[in-house]
Design a protein around this ligand. Structure first.
Ligand SMILES: [Zn+2]
Length: 267
Protein backbone atom coordinates (compact mmCIF):
# COMPACT_ATOMS: atom_id res chain seq x y z
CA UNK A 1 0.00 0.00 0.00
CA UNK A 2 1.24 3.47 -0.90
CA UNK A 3 0.06 6.65 0.79
CA UNK A 4 0.34 10.25 -0.39
CA UNK A 5 0.28 13.06 2.20
CA UNK A 6 -0.39 16.65 1.15
CA UNK A 7 0.54 19.05 3.96
CA UNK A 8 -0.68 22.62 4.23
CA UNK A 9 0.07 24.96 7.11
CA UNK A 10 -2.98 27.06 7.98
CA UNK A 11 -4.67 24.10 9.67
CA UNK A 12 -1.77 23.15 11.94
CA UNK A 13 -2.60 23.41 15.66
CA UNK A 14 -1.68 26.85 17.02
CA UNK A 15 -1.41 28.62 13.67
CA UNK A 16 -3.71 31.68 13.59
CA UNK A 17 -1.91 34.38 11.61
CA UNK A 18 -0.43 34.72 8.09
CA UNK A 19 2.85 35.94 9.61
CA UNK A 20 3.31 32.52 11.16
CA UNK A 21 3.12 30.85 7.75
CA UNK A 22 5.70 32.62 5.57
CA UNK A 23 9.48 32.73 5.45
CA UNK A 24 10.79 35.64 7.55
CA UNK A 25 7.37 35.99 9.19
CA UNK A 26 7.05 36.30 12.96
CA UNK A 27 7.39 32.90 14.66
CA UNK A 28 7.52 31.12 11.28
CA UNK A 29 10.41 28.91 12.44
CA UNK A 30 8.35 27.67 15.38
CA UNK A 31 5.33 26.85 13.28
CA UNK A 32 7.24 25.08 10.50
CA UNK A 33 8.56 22.75 13.20
CA UNK A 34 5.01 22.10 14.38
CA UNK A 35 3.98 21.49 10.76
CA UNK A 36 6.79 18.95 10.43
CA UNK A 37 5.74 17.27 13.70
CA UNK A 38 2.09 16.93 12.57
CA UNK A 39 3.33 15.48 9.29
CA UNK A 40 5.35 12.94 11.26
CA UNK A 41 2.26 11.94 13.25
CA UNK A 42 0.54 11.01 9.98
CA UNK A 43 3.64 9.31 8.53
CA UNK A 44 4.19 7.21 11.67
CA UNK A 45 0.54 6.18 11.75
CA UNK A 46 0.67 5.10 8.11
CA UNK A 47 3.75 2.94 8.68
CA UNK A 48 2.29 1.53 11.90
CA UNK A 49 -0.70 0.52 9.78
CA UNK A 50 1.60 -1.48 7.52
CA UNK A 51 1.88 0.89 4.56
CA UNK A 52 4.90 0.22 2.30
CA UNK A 53 5.63 3.72 1.06
CA UNK A 54 4.73 7.25 2.11
CA UNK A 55 5.36 10.31 -0.05
CA UNK A 56 4.87 13.72 1.56
CA UNK A 57 4.17 16.81 -0.54
CA UNK A 58 4.91 20.17 1.09
CA UNK A 59 1.85 22.08 -0.15
CA UNK A 60 2.05 25.49 1.48
CA UNK A 61 3.26 28.84 0.06
CA UNK A 62 6.87 28.43 -1.08
CA UNK A 63 6.41 24.69 -0.52
CA UNK A 64 9.72 24.76 1.36
CA UNK A 65 8.41 24.57 4.92
CA UNK A 66 8.82 21.01 6.18
CA UNK A 67 12.19 20.40 7.83
CA UNK A 68 13.46 17.33 6.00
CA UNK A 69 16.04 16.56 8.68
CA UNK A 70 13.21 16.28 11.22
CA UNK A 71 10.91 14.26 8.95
CA UNK A 72 10.40 10.56 9.66
CA UNK A 73 13.26 9.02 7.69
CA UNK A 74 10.99 6.42 6.06
CA UNK A 75 9.06 9.12 4.16
CA UNK A 76 10.05 10.81 0.89
CA UNK A 77 9.49 14.57 0.51
CA UNK A 78 8.37 16.58 -2.51
CA UNK A 79 9.13 20.26 -1.94
CA UNK A 80 9.73 23.54 -3.77
CA UNK A 81 7.66 25.42 -6.32
CA UNK A 82 6.29 25.87 -8.83
CA UNK A 83 5.30 22.25 -9.30
CA UNK A 84 3.00 21.37 -12.23
CA UNK A 85 0.33 19.87 -9.96
CA UNK A 86 1.13 22.01 -6.93
CA UNK A 87 -0.53 20.54 -3.81
CA UNK A 88 -0.97 17.15 -5.50
CA UNK A 89 2.31 17.00 -7.44
CA UNK A 90 3.32 13.43 -8.23
CA UNK A 91 0.00 11.92 -7.25
CA UNK A 92 -1.11 9.15 -9.61
CA UNK A 93 -2.94 5.83 -9.65
CA UNK A 94 -0.08 4.02 -7.92
CA UNK A 95 -1.36 5.39 -4.59
CA UNK A 96 -4.08 3.82 -2.47
CA UNK A 97 -5.03 6.82 -0.32
CA UNK A 98 -4.45 10.54 0.15
CA UNK A 99 -4.12 12.17 3.56
CA UNK A 100 -4.48 15.95 3.96
CA UNK A 101 -2.76 17.44 7.02
CA UNK A 102 -2.97 21.08 8.14
CA UNK A 103 -5.67 21.99 5.61
CA UNK A 104 -8.05 24.97 5.84
CA UNK A 105 -11.54 25.80 4.61
CA UNK A 106 -12.54 27.63 1.44
CA UNK A 107 -12.61 31.41 0.87
CA UNK A 108 -15.61 32.96 2.57
CA UNK A 109 -16.18 30.09 4.99
CA UNK A 110 -15.65 31.25 8.57
CA UNK A 111 -12.54 29.22 9.53
CA UNK A 112 -8.96 30.12 10.38
CA UNK A 113 -7.04 31.73 7.48
CA UNK A 114 -9.76 30.64 5.06
CA UNK A 115 -8.95 31.12 1.35
CA UNK A 116 -8.97 29.22 -1.92
CA UNK A 117 -5.49 28.92 -3.34
CA UNK A 118 -4.73 32.65 -3.25
CA UNK A 119 -6.12 35.64 -1.41
CA UNK A 120 -7.54 36.95 -4.69
CA UNK A 121 -10.20 34.27 -5.21
CA UNK A 122 -13.73 34.81 -3.90
CA UNK A 123 -15.09 31.55 -5.29
CA UNK A 124 -13.85 28.54 -7.20
CA UNK A 125 -16.53 26.39 -8.80
CA UNK A 126 -16.37 23.04 -10.52
CA UNK A 127 -19.47 22.14 -12.53
CA UNK A 128 -21.28 24.82 -10.47
CA UNK A 129 -20.25 23.31 -7.13
CA UNK A 130 -18.20 25.60 -4.92
CA UNK A 131 -14.95 23.92 -3.83
CA UNK A 132 -12.01 24.88 -1.64
CA UNK A 133 -8.57 23.33 -1.64
CA UNK A 134 -9.84 20.07 -0.14
CA UNK A 135 -12.19 19.66 -3.09
CA UNK A 136 -9.74 20.92 -5.72
CA UNK A 137 -7.16 18.37 -4.65
CA UNK A 138 -9.63 15.57 -3.89
CA UNK A 139 -10.92 15.88 -7.46
CA UNK A 140 -7.37 15.50 -8.81
CA UNK A 141 -6.94 12.38 -6.67
CA UNK A 142 -10.36 11.21 -7.88
CA UNK A 143 -9.19 11.49 -11.48
CA UNK A 144 -6.74 8.69 -10.65
CA UNK A 145 -9.33 6.79 -8.62
CA UNK A 146 -7.54 7.57 -5.34
CA UNK A 147 -9.71 8.40 -2.30
CA UNK A 148 -9.00 11.05 0.34
CA UNK A 149 -9.04 9.05 3.56
CA UNK A 150 -8.10 11.66 6.15
CA UNK A 151 -8.20 15.46 6.63
CA UNK A 152 -6.98 17.53 9.60
CA UNK A 153 -7.52 21.22 10.35
CA UNK A 154 -9.95 23.44 12.23
CA UNK A 155 -13.67 22.80 12.80
CA UNK A 156 -14.64 24.50 9.54
CA UNK A 157 -12.17 22.39 7.57
CA UNK A 158 -13.45 19.18 9.11
CA UNK A 159 -17.04 20.09 8.23
CA UNK A 160 -16.07 20.94 4.66
CA UNK A 161 -14.24 17.61 4.29
CA UNK A 162 -17.11 15.59 5.72
CA UNK A 163 -19.67 17.34 3.47
CA UNK A 164 -17.57 16.54 0.42
CA UNK A 165 -16.31 13.04 1.19
CA UNK A 166 -18.71 10.78 3.08
CA UNK A 167 -16.77 8.43 5.36
CA UNK A 168 -13.57 10.50 5.48
CA UNK A 169 -11.71 10.38 8.80
CA UNK A 170 -10.95 13.79 10.28
CA UNK A 171 -8.99 15.35 13.14
CA UNK A 172 -10.08 18.74 14.45
CA UNK A 173 -7.01 20.36 16.01
CA UNK A 174 -8.53 23.80 16.68
CA UNK A 175 -11.79 25.72 16.67
CA UNK A 176 -12.00 29.01 14.83
CA UNK A 177 -12.78 32.17 16.79
CA UNK A 178 -12.28 34.37 13.73
CA UNK A 179 -10.26 34.32 10.52
CA UNK A 180 -7.12 35.09 12.52
CA UNK A 181 -8.02 33.64 15.92
CA UNK A 182 -8.67 30.16 17.29
CA UNK A 183 -8.91 27.99 20.38
CA UNK A 184 -6.37 25.27 19.73
CA UNK A 185 -5.40 21.94 21.18
CA UNK A 186 -1.86 21.60 22.49
CA UNK A 187 0.41 20.38 19.66
CA UNK A 188 1.01 17.08 21.43
CA UNK A 189 -2.73 16.41 21.63
CA UNK A 190 -3.17 17.45 18.00
CA UNK A 191 -0.49 14.96 16.93
CA UNK A 192 -2.15 12.23 18.94
CA UNK A 193 -5.50 12.91 17.24
CA UNK A 194 -3.86 12.90 13.81
CA UNK A 195 -2.02 9.67 14.59
CA UNK A 196 -5.20 7.95 15.75
CA UNK A 197 -7.29 9.36 12.89
CA UNK A 198 -4.85 8.17 10.24
CA UNK A 199 -4.61 4.71 11.78
CA UNK A 200 -8.38 4.47 11.82
CA UNK A 201 -8.63 5.79 8.26
CA UNK A 202 -6.20 3.24 6.87
CA UNK A 203 -7.44 0.27 8.86
CA UNK A 204 -11.09 0.64 7.85
CA UNK A 205 -12.89 0.80 4.55
CA UNK A 206 -11.61 3.69 2.46
CA UNK A 207 -14.13 6.30 1.23
CA UNK A 208 -15.10 6.49 -2.44
CA UNK A 209 -12.81 8.59 -4.60
CA UNK A 210 -14.25 12.09 -5.17
CA UNK A 211 -14.89 12.29 -8.90
CA UNK A 212 -16.34 15.11 -10.95
CA UNK A 213 -18.29 14.82 -14.20
CA UNK A 214 -16.53 15.50 -17.49
CA UNK A 215 -16.20 17.76 -19.37
CA UNK A 216 -15.26 19.86 -16.37
CA UNK A 217 -16.43 23.47 -16.25
CA UNK A 218 -14.43 25.52 -13.78
CA UNK A 219 -15.00 29.14 -12.88
CA UNK A 220 -12.91 31.48 -10.83
CA UNK A 221 -14.48 34.58 -9.31
CA UNK A 222 -11.78 37.13 -8.44
CA UNK A 223 -11.94 39.91 -5.88
CA UNK A 224 -11.11 42.62 -8.46
CA UNK A 225 -11.92 43.07 -12.15
CA UNK A 226 -8.24 43.74 -12.92
CA UNK A 227 -7.40 40.16 -11.95
CA UNK A 228 -10.08 38.90 -14.32
CA UNK A 229 -8.60 41.22 -17.01
CA UNK A 230 -5.35 39.26 -16.81
CA UNK A 231 -6.84 35.86 -16.20
CA UNK A 232 -9.14 35.72 -19.23
CA UNK A 233 -6.12 36.07 -21.55
CA UNK A 234 -5.66 32.30 -21.20
CA UNK A 235 -6.63 30.90 -24.62
CA UNK A 236 -9.98 29.16 -24.31
CA UNK A 237 -10.99 31.08 -21.19
CA UNK A 238 -14.30 32.95 -21.20
CA UNK A 239 -15.22 35.94 -19.08
CA UNK A 240 -18.76 35.36 -17.89
CA UNK A 241 -19.08 38.49 -15.76
CA UNK A 242 -16.72 41.31 -14.75
CA UNK A 243 -15.15 39.27 -11.92
CA UNK A 244 -15.49 35.71 -13.22
CA UNK A 245 -13.54 33.67 -15.75
CA UNK A 246 -14.66 30.23 -16.92
CA UNK A 247 -12.80 27.38 -18.59
CA UNK A 248 -14.00 24.02 -19.90
CA UNK A 249 -11.59 21.08 -19.75
CA UNK A 250 -11.89 17.47 -20.92
CA UNK A 251 -10.75 16.09 -17.55
CA UNK A 252 -10.02 17.34 -14.04
CA UNK A 253 -6.22 17.28 -14.34
CA UNK A 254 -6.44 19.64 -17.31
CA UNK A 255 -8.97 21.69 -15.33
CA UNK A 256 -6.62 22.02 -12.35
CA UNK A 257 -3.76 23.08 -14.60
CA UNK A 258 -6.08 25.62 -16.22
CA UNK A 259 -7.18 26.88 -12.80
CA UNK A 260 -3.56 27.39 -11.82
CA UNK A 261 -2.89 29.25 -15.07
CA UNK A 262 -5.97 31.47 -14.50
CA UNK A 263 -4.66 32.33 -11.04
CA UNK A 264 -1.12 33.00 -12.27
CA UNK A 265 -2.46 35.36 -14.93
CA UNK A 266 -4.89 36.99 -12.53
CA UNK A 267 -2.29 38.63 -10.29
ZN1 LIG B 1 -1.35 27.07 2.80
Amino acid sequence: MQVYISVDMEGIAGVVNWKETFHNGEDYDRFRKLMTAETNAAVTAAFDEGVDRVVVNDSHGSMRNILIEELDSRAELISGSPKPMSMVEGLDDSYDAVLMVGYHCMAGAPGVLNHTYTGSVLQYRVNERRLGEIGMNAAAAGHYGVPVAFVSGDDCTVTEAEDLIPGVQTAQVKEHVGRQAARSLHPQKARRLIYEGVRQALSGELPEAFQVDVPVVISVQFNTTSRADGSHLLPGAKRIDPLTVQYTAPDYITALRAARALLELGV
